[in-house]
Design a protein around this ligand. Structure first.
Ligand SMILES: [Zn+2]
Length: 210
């Protein structure tokens, strides 16, 4: 039985609390029996679009095991057509109803974008540029605000702006996902993982528990 979005969010929050307090239990699920059960099919309860950063492995920070999370990782947790397609695939094929866009503090892709906008970027390849180009619009406006004199605050705001934009692109960039949202309880939320504390802060688009 598939969890609804609110239930799925609760399960992620509980898992992150276990992770943060050093009570992670995920390894219990990492056994041959569980792996064998999943050969016949999967029913992941959440879709995570996260950053490729080695310090932000989704299964570990949410203390989940095989078969629990459908994870898409790309530098800067950007939304390009193949990311939308991956979310569509899982939401339509498995009935997963919670999508989490998870960015993180000190994101290198966001830092590279800020550096480029401030004229301090090293030469990037065309492929790296394609990532920066997707982050740039969401952080560009921040640079003309007062935050520019405070680099830490600027980076923090830029990370969150990038997460909000990615979440909105998933909410409004796909007819299939819009239909599932309207008719079938699909929810897209935005979250930021803190490298320092291990805490995932769900801050965007949180559904009412009722
Ligand atoms: Zn990152």
């Amino acid at each position: 039985m598939m969890l609804d979005a609110v239930q799925a969010l609760g399960r992620l929050r509980e898992g992150n609390r276990r992770f943060v307090s050093n009570r992670a239990a995920g390894h219990v699920l990492l056994n041959p029996t569980r792996r064998a059960e999943l050969v016949a099919g999967q029913e992941p309860f959440a879709i995570i679009l996260g950053c490729s950063d080695s310090r932000v492995p989704a299964e570990l920070v949410f203390d989940q095991g095989f078969g629990d999370l459908f994870v898409i990782r790309v530098a800067g947790n950007i939304v390009a057509p193949s990311q939308v397609g991956s979310v569509e695939f899982a939401a339509s094929r498995f009935g997963t109803r919670l999508v989490v866009v998870m960015g993180h503090s000190q994101c290198g892709a966001v830092i590279a974008t800020l550096e480029e906008l401030q004229g301090r970027a090293p030469n990037q390849s065309r492929n790296q540029r394609s990532i920066v180009d997707r982050i740039r619009p969401s952080v560009e406006t921040l640079l003309v605000s007062r935050r520019v004199d405070d680099p830490d605050a600027l980076l923090h705001d830029a990370v969150r702006a990038n997460i909000r934009v990615s979440a909105n692109q998933l909410r409004h960039g796909s007819e299939l996902l819009e239909d599932l949202t309207r008719a079938d309880g699909l929810v897209v939320v935005g979250a930021e993982y803190s490298l320092a504390t291990g805490i995932v802060d769900f801050f965007d688009g949180i559904p009412d528990a009722g």
